[in-house]
Design a protein around this ligand. Structure first.
Ligand code: ADE
Length: 227
């Protein structure tokens, strides 16, 4: 899979993409992540990417041209399955959307700034709009990093143990059950006996019950969605 990220702050991605699972996925050649500085596609000598809003008001608006130049340049070399704009008024991101995106070949993530981007880009160029939550970030970069991370970790071959992404919270519509490791007794804090029993079927049943219980208590809405 290939992910192209359009941003005015490419340095913001240095951290999230150079560690842990995303780093490993890149090294294994399972994902290519390309960062593009929108400012490099500005057409004036000041490399301007934003301008005042028509009709007045506070804040600046990202201009059509630099963004579109960058996208057109990328489209010369390949087709894109989705051109996604990260925005607080987009569709709420969740695991099913991460799963959908993870089977695509090429996607563009566009990070907005200031008051937003010129609406005509949203009308004519953007194919999908995603929000990562009902709060406003300073820009789309952290949202793009979140979306990228959640996609990359479920690409086939990225996680060593293939079942491990499938048993994540939300993959079966349930939260994950509690997990424990050594010691079995930490100063009187004990691991549930069933997990030490070696009885695989009973352990699986216990985990399922715990997952249901946890979901019922913490996120009952997840159970209602199914009915
Ligand atoms: N840009 C600013 N806030 C955002 C959010 N909550 N989700 C996605 N993109 C954003």
């Amino acid at each position: 899979m290939r992910i192209d990220i359009l941003t005015i702050f490419p340095e913001m991605f240095d951290g999230p993409f150079s560690h842990s699972i995303v780093k490993r996925a890149k090294e294994k050649g399972l994902v290519e992540i390309h960062l593009h500085n929108i400012r490099d596609y500005a057409t004036d000598k000041h490399r301007r990417v934003d301008d005042y809003p028509f009709g007045g008001g506070a804040g600046m608006v990202m201009m059509i041209e630099p963004v579109l130049n960058c996208i057109e340049n990328l489209k010369k070399d390949r087709d894109y399955d989705e051109i996604i704009f990260l925005t607080p008024d987009g569709q709420m991101f969740d695991q099913p959307i991460a799963n959908q995106l993870s089977v695509l070949k090429n996607i563009i993530l566009l990070c907005g700034h200031y008051k937003g981007i010129d609406e005509r880009l949203r009308e004519h160029v953007i194919t999908r709009e995603i929000s990562i939550g009902d709060y406003v970030l300073s820009g789309g970069e952290l949202a793009a990093a979140v979306v990228t991370d959640s996609i990359v970790r479920i690409l086939p071959g990225v996680l060593g143990d293939e079942t491990s992404a499938l048993s994540d919270s939300f993959q079966d519509g349930l939260l994950s059950p509690p997990v424990y490791t050594r010691p079995a007794d930490y100063k009187g804090w004990k691991v549930p006996d069933i997990l030490l029993s070696g009885h695989d079927r009973k352990i699986a049943e216990w985990r399922h019950e715990q997952a249901l219980e946890r979901t019922r208590k913490r996120r009952p809405g997840l159970l209602e969605d199914d009915v």
